[in-house]
Design a protein around this ligand. Structure first.
Ligand code: HEC
Length: 164
């Protein structure tokens, strides 16, 4: 007997189904008030400012980005296990030294605001690494991580890569 087949519905199911429909309705209404309505025409144009790079530079920037995500994953994994050594070693990989190899010619192509946010992010990774080693609380480290992620979010909202 199919649960949803009208003929097979026992009277008791009707209020349950009505309750479920109401719950789903409320859930959707709540979700709607919390999010902006997304429509496909919002995506016809990417309004973010382009970073005009050559193919190699693009691949480098995107590789560095993926490495930052790896570092964030390591930090969160360390925090969840209260393994501060893991937090520190994951964060240190993307510290300020990580930006040292970028050729001056590439740096010159990057807008000032991009460079400032990039430097800030690398400095935040260093700060998290040092704080984890100096016994800072997981709460405070999480707060630092959240602050750093705001910079990732701001930069992603502002720039995109374009190949020259
Ligand atoms: C200074 C600016 C800036 C900061 C800071 C920044 N990003 Fe990015 N990120 C970018 C840009 C630009 C792209 C390319 C977006 C595009 O072209 O659509 C990108 C792309 C990415 C990608 C996609 C990589 C791929 O292979 O396509 C990941 C993952 C990423 N960023 C992670 C992070 C994380 C995690 C952080 C923070 C810890 C971070 N980014 C901080 C600018 C930034």
């Amino acid at each position: 007997m199919s649960f949803l087949r009208p003929g097979g519905q026992r009277p008791l199911f009707r209020p349950i189904l009505a309750g479920l429909a109401l719950a789903v309705g409320i859930g959707m209404a709540t979700a709607e008030t919390n999010t902006h309505e997304i429509t496909m025409d919002m995506f016809e144009t990417d309004h973010r400012a382009p970073l005009v790079l050559n193919e190699t530079e693009k691949n480098y920037v995107l590789w560095e980005m993926r490495e930052m995500l790896v570092a964030v994953q390591g930090i969160i994994e360390g925090l969840s296990n209260e393994d501060m050594e893991r937090v520190s070693s994951a964060a240190t990989v993307m510290g300020t030294h990580a930006a040292d190899q970028v050729p001056a010619v590439t740096v010159a192509k990057l807008p000032l605001q991009f460079r400032e946010w990039a430097t800030e992010t690398h400095e935040d990774f260093d700060a998290i690494s040092i704080a984890a080693r100096s016994g800072e609380s997981p709460d405070m480290l999480t707060f630092r991580l959240s602050g750093m992620l705001n910079t990732c979010v701001a930069c992603h909202a502002t720039y995109r890569v374009e190949v020259e």
